[in-house]
Design a protein around this ligand. Sequence first.
Ligand code: ADP
Ligand code: ADP
Length: 229
Amino acid sequence: MITFENVTKNYKTSTRPALDNVSLHIEKGEFVFLIGPSGSGKSTFLRLMTREENVSSGSLTLADFQVNKLRGTQVNKLRQRIGYVFQDFRLLKNKNVYDNVAFALEVIGKKKDKIQELVPETLEMVGLAGKANRMPNELSGGEQQRVAIARAFVNRPLVLLADEPTGNLDPDTSDEIMILLNRINRLGTTVVMSTHNARTVDDMRRRVIELQLGKLVRDDAHGVYGEMR
Ligand code: ADP
Ligand code: ADP
């Protein structure tokens, strides 16, 4: 599903690579935690997959996309196959829950009847069927993140990328979000999630990829956050 082959990313202004010769493979349907201290390259790793940034050297493939070689409209096609969830939710403040999710389909030109089928179904799945007409500021942080997950998942992406999705949530709410991401993963979606949340990583026992100063320093099939205890 995803292959990094000797991927290095140098930003113009930085003295060391943000990612330094990273090679790894992620299979379809895997759930992967991406961990490492601030500045270790986690966001860069995610942004290369969506082509918000491009590699400086090496190659990166995602499904049928040779990501580092895409141009123009092909980048849009790639992004349509990827769902993205952020720490700070990034909902549209002036749209209600339903329209936040519907908008993701409208911008890619989905037919109205398809939208009217997919949006309620997806809101149901994330547990927000009763809140379709609420505005984002009427929702708790956990509910806002569910909307964001619904928006990311409504087009049934191949891959869901989540950048510290529980970073702004309390422990119980984080657990609920993890249950939801787990469910999405079990439906066959590959999930890559960056996190600083040790407890969540330790609870789930999924694959753990650790970066330090841009280098891949650990890749455990059923890892924990810290060193093996
Ligand atoms: P993390 O997400 O693990 O905090 P980042 O990928 O954001 O790590 O950053 C990795 C390194 O790249 C850091 O040294 C950071 O300062 C640098 N970096 C990240 N984004 C940029 C950018 N747009 N321009 C210049 N340097 C950047
Ligand atoms: P439009 O008038 O923009 O073509 P619709 O007729 O689908 O769109 O819906 C009008 C508004 O009603 C939507 O923008 C949405 O906020 C709300 N809405 C539509 N369908 C539902 C639904 N199944 N559940 C809750 N709210 C809905």
